[in-house]
Design a protein around this ligand. Structure first.
Ligand SMILES: *Cc1c(COP(=O)(O)O)cnc(C)c1O
Length: 410
């Protein structure tokens, strides 16, 4: 039977202090101890279930972490104030001075900037590779390599990491495979394909309401304990802690993630097929033309589809900008970065979310000027959305006007 990670979230049961159907929200920065000895033990890391101070953990954060760990099939998880607040402590915890990381070259702009510009200040170097070329990944590994880093579905080019092949390589060289699964929650379960640590920006699909930033690291109890260690844990010492009120609110949104992902995926597949048939260069993992369509099929939990992200290339930045402005004017979505909202969001990655990546490197990885990245919304009538988007493209000369009878039958 197909794996359904949403069941793992559904099966968790925790009541509020007074029997509320939602757990009570912890509203304290610090916690009392009945005995001084227990306080000492907690600082030493040996008093399970005791709370110390809210930068370390809180009941609300643990509830959310438990649900996300269940979804990703890891022993436990640590939530953080943002996705970057999950990524940077993880890499700082796994690496020390002199260590080396092999990373996909098509990753979130902030992660790229961290690895390229910030981590070298601490003697941590990174080789950026085409993650779909396993030989190139293998060739980049050195005796100092500690981490293999990728996104299961990459930002913004929607390349698919073959996690089974990467994990085999990672095991062979004794590396830690860290996978950012922000673009494909529920659709792909990276630990089922050998990932050691799974990260999400909760800001996107998981929270889904574009009202906060948040992040999570899902991993072994041992690794999460290391991150939270009061003496040398990067999450504890760098301090990217999520607030309890926010953790409670993200947990409530997480419960509808499976319904939302199905609708995002359904709508995105519909539009991708139409755009491709119209002759637009369209990238979507659910299209047979996607170079890693078969890899995605092999890894996916089919119930949740191919996700809500797609890109089209309309030829130039000017045309991309004009189209995005017109679509916004006609209320088809918002010209905004980020993803996972109920409305469609669109942006031109080359001049926005991936602008950290130098122009010649953008060109090398196929990040063209006319590229528009869409996060497709939850529209109830996606056929109407398509007709209205098509009309925008026709009025800007991106597509030729269709003969009337063709419109009637499409
Ligand atoms: C947004 C994003 C991040 C960063 O998350 P924040 O919550 O903005 O800090 C990391 N990875 C991916 C793939 C993202 O889309």
């Amino acid at each position: 039977m197909a794996y359904k990670p949403a069941n793992e979230i559904q099966d968790l049961q925790y009541f509020g202090e007074f029997g509320g159907v939602n757990p009570s929200i912890s509203d304290s920065s610090t916690y009392t101890f009945l005995s001084a000895k227990t306080m000492f033990d907690t600082f030493e890391g040996n008093a399970d279930g005791c709370y110390l101070y809210s930068r370390h953990s809180t009941p609300s954060n643990l509830y959310l972490g438990e649900a996300l760990a269940a979804m990703e099939g890891t022993e436990t998880a640590n939530v953080s104030a943002s996705g970057m607040g999950a990524i940077t402590p993880t890499l700082m915890q796994l690496c020390q001075q002199g260590d080396h990381i092999v990373s996909s070259r098509t990753i979130y702009g902030g992660t790229y900037a961290f690895l390229k510009n910030f981590a070298p200040k601490f003697g941590i170097s990174t080789s950026f590779v085409d993650i779909t070329n396993i030989d190139a990944v293998a060739a980049a590994i050195t005796k100092d390599t500690k981490v293999l880093y990728c996104e299961s579905v990459s930002n913004p080019l929607l390349e698919i990491a073959d996690l089974e092949a990467l994990s085999a390589l990672s095991r062979k060289h004794n590396l830690t495979l860290v996978v950012d699964n922000t673009f494909s929650p529920l659709s792909i379960t990276p630990t089922a394909h050998g990932a050691d640590i799974v990260i999400h920006s909760l800001t996107k699909f998981i929270n889904g309401s574009s009202d906060t930033v948040g992040g999570v690291v899902c991993g072994s109890q041992e690794f999460i304990d290391q991150l939270r260690n009061v003496n040398d844990g990067a999450s504890m010492l760098l301090g990217p802690t999520m607030d309890s009120l926010r953790a409670a609110s993200v947990l409530k949104n997480l419960r509808t993630l499976h319904i939302r992902m199905k609708q995002h995926s359904h709508n995105a597949l519909f539009l991708a097929q139409k755009f491709e048939a119209d002759g637009l260069r369209t990238v979507y993992p659910g299209l047979a033309s996607h170079p890693s369509h078969a890899v995605f099929n092999r890894m996916m939990n089919p119930d949740y589809g191919y996700g809500g992200m797609l890109t089209i290339d309309v030829g130039s930045l000017d045309k991309a900008n004009a189209l995005m402005e017109l679509m916004q004017e006609r209320n088809l979505g918002y010209l905004a970065v980020s993803l996972g909202f109920y409305k469609t969001l669109f942006s031109a990655p080359g001049s926005s979310t991936s602008s950290e990546i130098p122009e010649e490197e953008q060109a090398a990885m196929g990040l063209t000027d006319g590229l528009i990245r869409f996060s497709i919304g939850l529209d109830d009538d996606i056929a109407r959305t398509y007709r209205m988007m098509r009309a925008c493209m026709e009025s800007l000369g991106i597509l030729d006007a269709q003969p009337q009878n063709a419109i009637a039958t499409s």
